[in-house]
Design a protein around this ligand. Structure first.
Ligand SMILES: *[C@@H]1O[C@H](CO)[C@@H](O)[C@H](O)[C@H]1NC(C)=O
Ligand SMILES: *[C@@H]1O[C@H](CO)[C@@H](O)[C@H](O)[C@H]1NC(C)=O
Ligand SMILES: *[C@@H]1O[C@H](CO)[C@@H](O)[C@H](O)[C@H]1NC(C)=O
Ligand SMILES: *[C@@H]1O[C@H](CO)[C@@H](O)[C@H](O)[C@H]1NC(C)=O
Length: 336
């Protein structure tokens, strides 16, 4: 049964253009988690607005900047020299496998209701691939993020960083690879007054391969981390610190990973070697484990359990034995 199902899935995948995982009932292909179920309403992006196709930096910037609902289809390589600011009510969707962003990444600052799908974002200098700051209802889905991990922790910045009281975010089906610092939630332990009680984020069905730290690392918020595949996530994958809470379930770790999950407040030197050689001490975070995880031999250091024991919404949990197959088939660009 097990092997037949995995085999059938692979066969289905090799024939399908748009991947039918959603219809197979194994996982949700639609927005799910905090970007869907939250007090302000489901994230719809540009739904109901005009659809435009952009192929240049100038046209992209013009299409994203106001707050009118708009669906922006992106084609080709866009090499930004400064970071575009995305307005509210936008869906930014790459066309097939053509949309590639380099140079500078995207700022989602002080806005509400944004969807980013099917973009490849790589080799972004001096800042994150995507920064979500003081923004609500954001869905980052089916993108690919990559650079060069051999450059060390501080050459590139984060892949998807979510900061300054942002809330109701889902990060799903992304392929994060060959990069050190992946996803930081809450960027400073002195920002308790700003961040505490916000930063509700769902991470599901992401494929992390050959990464260093922060898959994700959270402060002061709540993150539900389920059904992700971690392959060679080298130093520390999930880190919960400064009274942050994580609910970790149905994830699979493969290859070489020192620590899959830690709530010990120490920010390890592999993560921030620029501060202190011994690492920085912060308060511990909390973690709870829901459905069984497959740690694959990686370390787990839970210093305290919290009260985030169950997701406050319905979601489709992929059975643990299928997570690796389903995530590899479904994550990244060219799948939607
Ligand atoms: C987003 O669009 C909705 C519907 O058109 C509108 O009510 C809302 O004000 C817009 N948001 C912003 C920040 O302009
Ligand atoms: C992007 O533009 C910069 C110069 O502004 C250049 O150095 C770099 O090679 C370009 N990258 C790509 C992928 O075209
Ligand atoms: C956060 O964003 C809102 C708009 O949604 C803005 O009114 C407010 O000034 C921003 N707060 C900060 C601290 O930037
Ligand atoms: C686990 O956490 C404890 C603090 O409770 C710490 O003393 C220990 O060094 C941690 N283990 C690792 C491997 O970091």
């Amino acid at each position: 049964m097990k092997f037949n199902l995995v085999f059938s899935l692979s066969v289905v995948a090799s024939f399908a253009g748009a991947f039918p995982l959603g219809s197979l009932g194994l996982a949700s292909w639609d927005v799910e988690g905090y970007a869907k179920d939250n007090p302000i309403g489901v994230t719809t992006g540009g739904k109901g607005g005009e659809t435009v196709t952009v192929e240049t930096v100038t046209d992209f910037n013009a299409a994203v900047k106001d707050d009118k609902p708009r669906i922006i289809l992106v084609k080709g390589n866009l090499n930004f020299t400064s970071r575009p600011k995305i307005g509210s009510n936008k869906s930014i969707i790459g066309v097939r496998k053509t949309a590639h962003i380099t140079g500078s990444g995207l700022d989602i600052f002080h806005v509400d209701n944004v969807i980013v799908q099917n973009l490849k974002i790589s080799f972004i200098f001096d800042n994150d691939c995507i920064t979500i700051r003081n923004s609500t209802r954001v869905w980052i889905d089916h993108n690919e993020f990559a650079s060069d991990i051999s450059k060390g922790p501080d050459y590139y910045d984060g892949q998807v960083d979510i900061i300054r009281a942002s809330d109701w975010v889902t990060v799903s089906w992304n392929y994060f690879h060959d990069h050190w610092k992946s996803s930081l939630v809450g960027n400073d332990d002195t920002l308790r007054d700003v961040d505490f009680g916000h930063l509700h984020i769902t991470y599901h069905h992401n494929y992390w391969r050959n990464e260093g730290t922060r898959g994700p690392a959270g402060r002061f918020g709540h993150q539900h981390v389920y059904n992700n595949l971690y392959a060679d996530f080298l130093y520390q994958a999930i880190h919960s610190r400064s009274d942050n809470q994580v609910l970790v379930e149905g994830n699979v770790f493969r290859g070489n990973t020192r620590e899959a999950l830690s709530t010990y407040g120490l920010v390890i030197p592999d993560d921030s070697p620029n501060t202190c050689v011994c690492g920085d001490e912060e308060l511990d975070g909390f973690a709870n484990l829901g459905a069984k995880n497959d740690w694959g031999g990686a370390g787990v250091n839970i210093t305290q359990f919290g009260d985030f024991v169950k997701a406050p919404y319905k979601f489709k949990l992929t059975p643990l034995f299928l997570v690796s197959t389903v995530v590899k088939l479904g994550a990244g660009i060219g799948k939607i």
